[in-house]
Design a protein around this ligand. Structure first.
Ligand code: SF4
Length: 287
């Protein structure tokens, strides 16, 4: 008897839902719009939006005055928004409110005289946007991805302020804050990891050890999905990270009855449902 448990929090977070709905509406109403990069890290959703006329912007030279650009949930540096507006582009801002909070906190820390440590991935679009806000207020700071970065990149300063990329791992965030607390006179910390991420991570921590196989669904380049897969793998070696139901393999489920499923914040419900149906098919369950 196969038992498939789908994590309650699997799938779209509210920030992604806002961005995808905005892009969908722009496609339906205008028939033509751009997004500044893939609107989310999910190829299937991006292809669907392309079918509505919403395409990824490749180059600013493509743009004509009056055209529409949707800023995705990751946000952008302020200078990008200014540039678009100066070109008479209609800018639809789908920056997630949690990401805007990171920008606000960075600005606050700079105003209060802190050197800013951003716990996140160098080169990630969200972090590029955050660094843009840091630069805008003439702040100083670094991005740290791992413990080695902390030791090497964070200079000796009396006042250090910390924020996190919204999709960072809670575990590394705590470790980094602990290290900085021991090595800094004054530390101010804003835990800007969004609830959508931490709640999904907690759900996976609970579910993974209780099942025989864990399936994590989401874009291979999606940071929050990758982290769900890492957390799950550490607790259950039979963890597989897939993008679509086509990647499921029958042998993963042989002799296994309890199957857990979760999905990153950029995975739509229809892909989760397809995966569940395919698992049932592979296990010979007919509904
Ligand atoms: S993961 Fe969090 S920060 Fe990112 S879009 Fe979703 S709600 Fe916003």
């Amino acid at each position: 008897m196969v038992n498939i448990k789908v994590a309650q929090t699997a799938g779209f977070c509210f920030g992604v839902r806002i961005a995808v709905d905005m892009a969908k509406k722009a496609g339906e109403q205008l028939g033509h719009a751009y997004t500044n990069g893939p609107i989310i890290h999910n190829k299937q959703v991006v292809s669907y939006l392309e079918s509505l006329g919403v395409k990824e912007l490749q180059d600013y030279s493509q743009l004509k005055p009056g055209e529409t650009v949707i800023i995705r949930s990751h946000g952008v540096p302020p200078e990008t928004e200014r540039k678009l507006k100066s070109m008479n582009i209609n800018v639809l801002d789908a920056t997630c409110p949690f990401v805007k909070k990171v920008h606000d906190k960075v600005r606050q820390l700079v105003e209060e005289g802190y050197f800013v440590v951003i716990i996140g991935e160098e080169g990630h679009p969200e972090v590029i946007g955050t660094l843009g806000h840091l630069k805008e207020v003439n702040g100083q700071g670094v991005v740290v991805e791992n413990f080695e970065d902390l030791v090497k990149k964070v200079p000796k300063r009396n006042k250090i302020g910390v924020v996190a990329q919204t999709t960072q791992s809670e575990d590394f965030f705590r470790e980094a804050v602990g290290y900085l607390a021991e090595n800094t006179e004054e530390l101010k910390v804003f835990n800007t990891i969004c609830d959508a991420t931490s709640v999904r991570q907690e759900d996976v921590k609970k579910l993974a050890p209780t099942v025989d196989v864990m399936i994590i669904i989401g874009g291979k380049h999606s940071g929050n999905t990758q982290r769900l897969a890492q957390i799950s793998k550490a607790l259950n070696p039979n963890t597989y990270h897939i993008e679509t139901a086509d990647e499921l393999q029958k042998e993963w489920f042989e002799g296994k009855e309890n199957i857990g499923v979760s999905a990153g914040a950029s995975t739509p419900d229809w892909i989760i449902n397809q995966v569940v149906e395919k698992i049932k098919q592979l296990k010979g369950v007919y509904t």
